[in-house]
Design a protein around this ligand. Structure first.
Ligand SMILES: Cc1ncc(COP(=O)(O)O)c(C=O)c1O
Length: 418
């Protein structure tokens, strides 16, 4: 099931999340609405921290803030003991504002600006993850100017192909990310020539939404070899495992993942293991509520249920054909009656949220709920067609509170000068 852990069906056929009827949420906050289940979010944080601590005690989990970066989410992750992967000055700013421990921040990105590098050095982030030589030189120069020593990890390109969509696969040889292995020795020589930088480890990230642990095993073995060869102290394994977006997908257990990784490292190194899961921390915690505004039947062709959101609040389907599960949120007990395509409101014919899915008969005004939208939805959202971005609420124990308020028209023109 792709719904949050606290999701339940009430006797009247309404879904509840965090003990709150989703119809009440829609009435109170409007739609589209991002809803985040605090229980799932905290459960996932704890599952990672506890499982890795058990499997390999010298481990540190950093939340990949690119998956969902808001003050409230960062506060919860920090409260659960997680550090952060940030890949921009904006993410760094947000997690620091939320009270993150700078020592547990891993500063990623394959083209950090000089300003961002300076911000990272001044904030004394734990690690700079270095992707290329130009960046290496920039960090050295800025660190020298600020009179600071900086610990770096080299992001390698391990040449490992993971079974996921091409656009979210990052570890194959032809990739814009990381230092190819056959260029690594030269890269390390350059690092050693830098006065302000200390090489403390190697990092790689083979991709996202990976449902098979095997490529991670290959990856950790490679990182272990590099660690032993160069006597470094930190192993960065990149993002976490994939999640079950659809009923026929089966995601690995975090505990099994941790055991298998820990078993490779245990007894062979004392280096710290770090991991930056994003999707598997927040993905399943989130659902998005939409209202059906029109039902368009094209006889013999298709029935479209057109909702009040779409590609601007969830660009993943149009970007890389990501698939989602959708529910009639107030008729959970009704039998499926027709095949519909849930279409968005935006001016692109590819703006479809879920294609050809069996649903109870849908009517204008119905409330739909798309599951597993906690990761890479709000963080990738846009104002396409000048539509204000939706609000996000946190639900728990029968209560709800705003994490992010709905944008207004005034927000849309905030930066327009003329
Ligand atoms: C370098 C890096 N680390 C971590 C992540 C998070 O991956 P995931 O959300 O699959 O856990 C990503 C996402 O693409 C990434 O690029």
């Amino acid at each position: 099931m792709s719904l949050p852990a606290s999701a339940k069906i009430r006797n009247n056929g309404h879904y509840e999340i965090g003990g709150v009827d989703v119809a009440d949420l829609a009435r109170q906050y409007g739609t589209p609405l991002y809803v985040l289940d605090e229980v799932t979010l905290r459960n996932q944080c704890r599952a990672y921290v506890d499982s890795f601590h058990q499997a390999y005690p010298n481990s540190e989990i950093a939340f990949a803030s690119k998956a969902l970066c808001t003050l409230g989410v960062a506060k919860i992750a920090s409260d659960e003991g997680l550090g952060f992967d940030v890949s921009s000055g904006g993410e760094l700013f947000t997690v620091l504002k939320a009270g993150a421990d700078p020592k547990k921040i891993y500063f990623h990105g394959n083209n950090k600006t000089l300003k961002e590098i300076e911000e990272g050095i001044k904030a004394k982030v734990g690690y700079f993850m270095v992707d290329n030589l130009a960046e290496l030189q920039n960090i050295e120069n800025l660190a020298a100017g600020l009179g600071q020593q900086v610990e770096i990890m080299i992001r390698i390109n391990p040449g490992i192909e993971a079974h996921t969509h091409d656009f979210i696969q990052t570890g194959k040889i032809d990739s814009k990310f990381g230092v190819p292995l056959d260029m690594l020795d030269d890269f390390i020589l350059q690092v050693k020539a830098m006065k302000q930088l200390k090489l403390v480890g190697f990092h790689s990230h083979i991709g996202s939404q990976i449902l098979d642990i095997t490529p991670f095993i290959e990856e950790v073995k490679l990182l272990l070899d590099l660690t032993l060869k160069h006597g470094t102290q930190v192993i960065g394994l990149g993002g976490g495992i994939g999640i079950s977006y659809l009923p026929d997908q089966s995601a690995p257990q975090i505990s099994d993942f941790a055991q298998k990784i820990g078993a490779i490292l245990k007894g062979k190194t004392t280096a710290k293991l770090t991991l930056e899961p994003g999707r598997s921390i927040v993905g399943q915690a989130g659902v998005t509520l939409y209202t059906v505004g029109a039902v368009k039947k094209i006889p013999g062709i298709r029935t479209y249920a057109i909702v009040d959101g779409g590609m601007a609040d969830n660009p993943r389907p149009i970007l890389y054909e990501a698939q989602y599960e959708v529910f009639q949120a107030t008729q959970a007990l009704a039998q499926p009656a027709e095949v519909v395509t849930v279409a968005g409101r935006y001016c692109e014919s590819g703006d479809m949220l879920v294609r050809d899915v069996k649903m109870p008969r849908l009517n204008v005004g119905d409330l739909l709920m798309v599951s597993c939208t906690g990761a890479y939805n709000y963080s990738m959202a846009s104002n396409y067609n000048r539509v204000p971005r939706p609000a996000m609420v946190l639900v728990n124990q029968g209560g709800s509170k705003l994490l992010v308020k709905r944008e207004s028209y005034e927000d849309l023109i905030r930066n327009d000068i003329f």
